[in-house]
Ligand binder design. Structure first.
Ligand code: ADP
Ligand code: ADP
Length: 226
């Protein structure tokens, strides 16, 4: 479980301070599928980065599984990130010179997993996302939806409990978006916590809970009963 209490974020320093989050209270349980919505500039990405241990809050407390992590150092945050979270972004961020399977293997290289096991796990993940027949393709030989599937396979390969996605369908057409969202639904049903940022209602509709930010505050938090 992730529990944020009175989280604030101010960018910059000296005379150029930009306050962005103004005191966020939020708990996310294991197994939830959460969409974070809100207008551009409301602090969605900033909040995602803090939830995902990519950035520090300026103030407030953050507990992961009842352990307070606000005081952690970068090394400890990086370890938490690698162990618990898989990230997916709008722009995929695949390495252009590496084929699909090598892209998926990348996190395992850093985790020190043997070459043979890396290959096997990456192959499994690509099959899971429906790309078992594209493992040798380079990113520029894949469609947008296929690239995002590779990115999702890469996010899954360390077996994280949480998948975080910042506008994962932002670069995709609506039919492809739907397929990618159905993949997130499947992962959630298999037990992954899914947290995504979107400004699209149709995308948020796949979530079980929609949190709306405005000017750095949670102005709405509702669970869907389906
Ligand atoms: P630091 O590396 O010190 O944490 P920040 O991440 O706060 O720095 O900011 C990186 C740089 O981007 C800063 O110089 C900041 O002022 C600048 N910046 C200003 N406005 C924006 C913005 N809207 N989005 C991203 N970066 C911005
Ligand atoms: P959203 O994802 O909802 O569009 P962001 O979290 O990206 O919102 O940004 C919220 C506000 O923080 C914006 O005004 C943005 O310009 C500002 N901001 C984001 N990153 C930085 C940064 N590194 N330095 C300064 N300002 C930033």
């Amino acid at each position: 479980m992730m529990k944020l209490s009175k989280i604030t974020k101010v960018y910059g320093n000296g005379s150029l301070k930009v306050p962005v989050l103004h005191g966020i209270d939020l708990s996310i349980e294991d197994g939830e599928f959460v969409a974070i919505m809100g207008p551009s500039g409301s602090g969605k990405s900033t909040l995602m980065n803090i939830i995902g241990f990519l950035d520090y809050p300026t103030g407030g407390d953050y507990e992961l599984n009842n352990e307070k992590i606000s005081a952690f150092r970068e090394k400890q945050l990086a370890a938490l990130r690698n162990r618990h979270i898989g990230f997916v972004f709008q722009q995929f961020f695949l390495l252009p010179r590496l084929n699909a399977i090598k892209n998926v293997e990348t996190p395992l290289v850093y985790a020190g997993v043997s070459k043979k096991e890396r290959r096997e796990r990456a192959q499994q993940m690509l099959e899971k996302v429906g790309l078992g027949d594209r493992v040798k393709h380079l990113p520029n030989q894949l469609s947008g939806g296929q690239k995002q599937r590779v990115a999702i396979a890469r996010a899954l390969v360390n077996n994280p409990s949480v998948i975080m996605a910042d506008e994962p369908t932002g670069a995709l057409d609506s039919k492809t978006s739907k397929q990618i969202m159905e993949l997130f639904v499947q992962l959630n049903q298999e037990g992954k916590t899914v947290i995504l940022v979107t400004h699209e209602e149709e995308v948020a509709a796949y979530a079980n809970r929609v949190i709306t930010l405005r000017d750095g505050l949670v102005i709405d938090d509702r669970r869907m009963t389906s």
